[in-house]
Ligand binder design. Structure first.
Ligand code: ATP
Length: 316
């Protein structure tokens, strides 16, 4: 079988580990793999390269995606999706593995409906995909955020400040939740766990009265204007506050061991599924086991609120 693999949407550490596992496990079963450059853009433009054992050597430990990624709005149109399938057919590519987030899954589901054999792997730092406990890249991004919180705590403690740290995640607060717990944050504010500004200010006033020297607030992007929040906290609570927006630094860096293993397991599992004639599904990890389910059971479904919020409430 000729199989194509692409990475799409935001890059995530561990995507390269997944591509490497796709290539090597496919080869071991006698299949051939094409790498598609820049996500769905490469499918439309027929920009594919043949990959082999050697061409993915050294990729396991690298961040980003060596295949490249892109946001391709025109891929919503059936006309471009059909063109993509025609390009794959020209090369006798029978199956496609897509690695990306929710948008990538939507594109993959459309291709599957048009008759392409597709497997989706969850690759995004946001952990915002239903149908999996973890996405490729999430663990490394949490590590990056925790390291930033640890550094901010040092300076906050020295200056008696409240540090507000804005992290990525869009509609999913898992990055803030996991990093907030690991960084000992006083407040974790996410779409799933909204907190009123007045309550933050009141609590910080009490902290100040008790002589606490610093506080850390971790906030998911778009929940608050963090710079305005810092000003309000400074004025109303007496706790001098500064906001730090971590931004794209959260996407970069070498994948940690969790993401190397998760990417490798998911890449190899995708090939196992195709080898067994299974497609039209996306892969996940549930209770440490590889699972798969139809795209329709995952796309558009929200993730349930993470049980770790209960832990955070007990120990904050
Ligand atoms: P991340 O969560 O890291 O942002 P993502 O996969 O959700 O990753 P998007 O930019 O939303 O990132 O989607 C990636 C690509 O998938 C888009 O650029 C587009 O080409 C394709 N795509 C997104 N939504 C759809 C859709 N509804 N139908 C077809 N293709 C889509």
């Amino acid at each position: 079988m000729n199989i194509a693999v692409l990475t799409s949407g935001g890059d995530a550490p561990g995507m390269n580990a997944a591509v490497r596992a796709v290539v090597r496990s496919a080869e071991s079963l006698g299949h051939q793999v094409y790498g598609v450059k820049d996500g769905y853009k490469g499918l439309i433009e027929d920009d594919l390269v043949l990959l082999d054992h050697q061409s993915v050597s050294g990729m396991l430990s690298t961040g980003g995606t060596f295949l490249g990624t892109a946001r391709v709005p025109e891929f919503h149109e059936p006309e471009y999706q059909k063109k993509a399938i025609d390009n794959l057919k020209k090369r006798n590519v029978e199956a496609l593995i897509t690695i990306g987030g929710d948008g990538t899954y939507r594109g993959a589901m459309d291709l599957s409906k048009l008759g392409m054999k597709v497997i989706g792997l969850p690759g995004t730092i946001d952990n915002d995909i239903a149908g999996t406990d973890y996405t490729i890249g999430f663990s490394t991004a949490v590590e990056t955020i925790v390291s930033a919180i640890d550094k901010l705590r040092d300076t906050s403690q020295s200056h008696q400040r409240c540090s507000i740290v804005e992290v990525m995640g869009r509609s999913c607060g898992d990055l803030a939740l996991f990093a907030g717990i690991c960084g000992g944050a006083e407040f974790i504010i996410t779409p799933e766990n909204p907190v009123k500004k007045e309550d933050i200010i009141e609590t910080l006033k009490q902290h100040k009265e008790k002589g606490r020297r610093h506080a850390i607030i971790v906030v998911t992007e778009h929940v608050f204007d963090v710079h305005a929040l810092a000003n309000e906290i400074t004025e109303a609570s007496g706790f001098a506050s500064r906001a730090t927006v971590l931004g794209y630094i959260q996407r970069g860096g070498h994948p940690d061991s969790e993401d190397r293993i998760l990417g490798s397991r998911m890449g190899a599992y995708a090939i196992e599924l195709l080898h067994d004639g299974i497609h039209g599904v996306c892969v996940g990890i549930r209770d440490s086991q590889m699972i798969h389910m139809p795209f329709a059971n995952v796309v558009g479904f929200p993730r349930p609120k993470n049980p770790l919020y209960k832990l955070y409430k007990k120990i904050a």
